[in-house]
Design a protein around this ligand. Structure first.
Ligand code: SF4
Length: 259
């Protein structure tokens, strides 16, 4: 049986659960003057029996960093600015987004971060959606983001930050176009497409072509995507595909500018 949360143990330890993933490893926590000073794996917890992965083992130092988020913040897509919101508002926002994903792409478009029994020391596991959804599989199989035979980063068209735009074309169904641009000055940037084609935009980075920052479908003009977000210096990657992967093709232009 899983021990209850926040039970006081001998030696001033509190008992809790690692929040980072669905495995739910048990923790022992010590605090001084309200500040967490020590986190260890709980040897009595049936799932991990005292062991922690690197994320759980480093919980204590990450809890006391100056820039740690202490409450939910909501980003305004138009300005890139964030504002504090209540937990209820944050949960509503997440629930709305999940419901929209289910409505637009079906129940297979979401998944619980499940863990198999081989990850735990006593055979505990979760079983819901423990395989990648169709959308995840399509993303992972994306020819340009994850080439199977080509090492390194695939060819990407360079975008220049400013008013100029690059003309592009989804020439065949399922095609993905990849663009890259470099940010030297931190600040708010807008990446968008223009044209008659219903395309979908994903933004990755900095300096990592698979770290998703944001994605958008129709926030721009007509059926065009538009991402407005704060970017730090580094290289970014914009991936464009047709909304309709099975039959969509057409022309569009893409640009990136500082706000
Ligand atoms: S596996 Fe790591 S991240 Fe997941 S609950 Fe355990 S310690 Fe936390």
């Amino acid at each position: 049986m899983t021990p209850p949360l926040a039970t006081t143990l001998p030696g001033g330890w509190l008992r809790s659960i690692c929040p980072y993933c669905g495995t739910g490893c048990g923790l022992r926590i010590r605090a001084h003057n309200g500040v967490v000073t020590q986190v260890e794996g709980d040897p009595d917890h049936p799932v991990n029996q005292g062991k922690l992965c690197a994320k759980g083992a480093l919980l204590a130092p990450t809890l006391v960093t100056e820039d740690r988020l202490l409450f939910p913040q909501l980003r305004d897509r138009a300005t890139g600015n964030t504002r504090r919101v209540s937990w209820d508002a944050a949960m509503d926002r997440v629930a709305t987004a999940i419901n929209k994903a289910i409505r637009d792409h079906g129940p297979d478009s979401i998944m619980l971060y499940a863990f198999p029994s081989s990850w735990t020391l006593n055979g505990v596991s979760t079983h819901a959606n423990d395989v990648l959804s169709t959308l995840d599989r399509e993303f992972v199989a994306g020819a340009k983001m994850y080439p199977k035979s080509q090492p390194g980063l695939p060819a990407a068209t360079t975008l220049t930050i400013g008013p100029g735009r690059v003309e592009a074309n989804i020439g065949k169904p399922g095609e993905e176009d990849l663009f890259r641009f470099k940010v030297a000055d931190p600040g708010a940037y807008v990446i968008d497409t223009v044209g008659p084609t219903d395309v979908y935009l994903k933004l990755f980075g900095p300096n990592n072509p698979t770290a998703l920052i944001d994605e958008d479908d129709d926030s721009g003009l007509g059926l065009n995507p538009r991402i407005a977000t704060q970017l730090m210096p580094g290289e970014y990657f914009a991936q464009v595909r047709h909304y309709d992967r099975t039959s969509g093709t057409g022309r569009y232009s893409i640009g990136v500018r500082k706000r």
